[in-house]
Design a binder for this molecule. Structure first.
Ligand code: SF4
Length: 375
């Protein structure tokens, strides 16, 4: 699929649908601390539809909730609020046997797969590659003969360029390079014939030269096997590469919220949310001349504590465009153009934002604005 196109999602039923999803973790301070545990709001109020043969790259700073959201999307993390459904079946109702379960949890589980950042830790060091890759087939496709199983593993190893496959099938994980381990993890996911794969920082640990190679391989296989991908990355360049080459979308996360989502090139070339502009500024290889302006488009560098996110728009403490109303009201999702949504009052020409006083970093004035917002 070309860089300029993206699938027409209109009228199609989503493969996976997240509605108003929350994932809040309680964090206790220690064994003898009897105070109320603090709550980390890792994901807050996220709506997201993922379609067949779709690609969504989630980006944001460390701690923004992108990995938690990715795991929630594939049913590895139970949400504390909202719902996650696969082809219309609530994943957690299927797991708990609640109501009329139309798609068994076993089928959902095998259709939603993951590739971790560190494949070394997810591959059993005491088992050869063949045994590692046969294990999920034995578990999920128990009717398959031993010969067919081995044949399928060898053909998939060949598919990802691990040739001769017999040689690689006989190796232990420590006899593989980082890139080869990641290919084994990819084969393990693909053997389940999944509808959706979560690639969680799957290329971040690889040398720069291997990253593009691995992303190209995943893109080839995504097209060949009609698989959807949620690609989690802290690096906007990688997210752009992966999403743009598959006609997919980039979703930008900030403090547990999805603040902007849209076709990859629109997010890169015409970002609407002030936070997306910060990410773009911080990724110099995305600017035409490879250089950023000296001044970052933020007022403060520090990220607020996710246990205590700012009221109103969560980005208001850092946003250079913030006004008083941003401290008091939470922006809804605005559709700026087809498939491009952002959570910022600036999208609404008639919003009271435009007549609201600008936030200043002068401490006295800021204190005054905060106390007015509390009233
Ligand atoms: S709503 Fe206000 S603080 Fe939030 S991103 Fe928009 S301008 Fe900035």
């Amino acid at each position: 699929m070309s860089v300029d196109t993206h699938p027409d999602y209109e009228g199609r039923d989503p493969l996976v649908s997240l509605e108003d999803v929350e994932v809040h973790f309680e964090e206790s301070s220690g064994l003898f601390d009897f105070s109320e545990p603090e709550v980390v709001r890792a994901v807050d109020g996220v709506d997201l539809d993922i379609f067949e043969q779709d690609v969504v790259a989630l980006v944001g700073e460390s701690g923004c909730g992108k990995t938690t959201l990715g795991k929630t999307t594939i049913g590895l993390q139970r949400p504390t609020g909202g719902s996650v459904s696969y082809r219309g079946q609530d994943i957690w109702d299927a797991k708990d046997g609640k109501g009329d379960v139309e798609i068994p949890y076993k089928d959902i589980r095998s259709s939603l797969q993951i590739i971790h950042q560190d494949p070394g830790s997810s591959l059993n060091p005491n088992r050869r590659v063949m045994k590692i890759l046969e294990a999920p087939l034995k578990r999920w496709q128990s009717q398959m003969s031993a010969g067919d199983r081995r044949g399928q593993v060898l053909s998939m190893l060949e598919e990802v360029g691990m040739t001769p496959p017999d040689d690689y099938a006989g190796r232990y994980p420590h006899q593989l390079s980082g890139g080869e381990k990641q290919r084994v993890a990819l084969v393990r996911a693909l053997l389940m014939d999944p509808d959706l794969i979560l690639a969680d920082e799957a290329v971040s640990a690889l040398d720069v030269s291997l990253r593009v190679e691995m992303m190209d391989l995943m893109l080839d296989l995504q097209e060949k096997f009609d698989t959807s991908f949620v690609f989690v990355s802290h690096d906007l360049s990688n997210a752009r590469y992966f999403a743009a080459h598959s006609g997919g979308r980039i979703g930008v996360m900030y403090l547990g919220e999805l603040v902007e989502i849209g076709p990859a090139e629109k997010i890169i070339n015409n970002p609407q949310h002030p936070y997306t502009k910060v990410l773009r500024w911080a990724t110099p290889d995305l600017t035409p001349d490879g250089a950023s302006s000296d001044k970052p488009p933020v007022r403060k560098i520090d990220i607020p504590d996710p246990k205590n996110p700012p009221p109103g728009c969560r980005f208001h403490t850092r946003c250079p465009e913030a006004r008083q109303v941003c401290m008091e009201q939470t922006p809804p999702e605005y559709t700026t153009e087809e498939f491009h949504e952002t959570k910022c009052f600036r999208e609404d020409d008639s919003h009271e934002y435009w007549s609201s006083p600008q936030i200043t970093d002068d401490e006295n004035e800021a204190d005054q604005l905060y106390s007015e917002a509390d009233d």
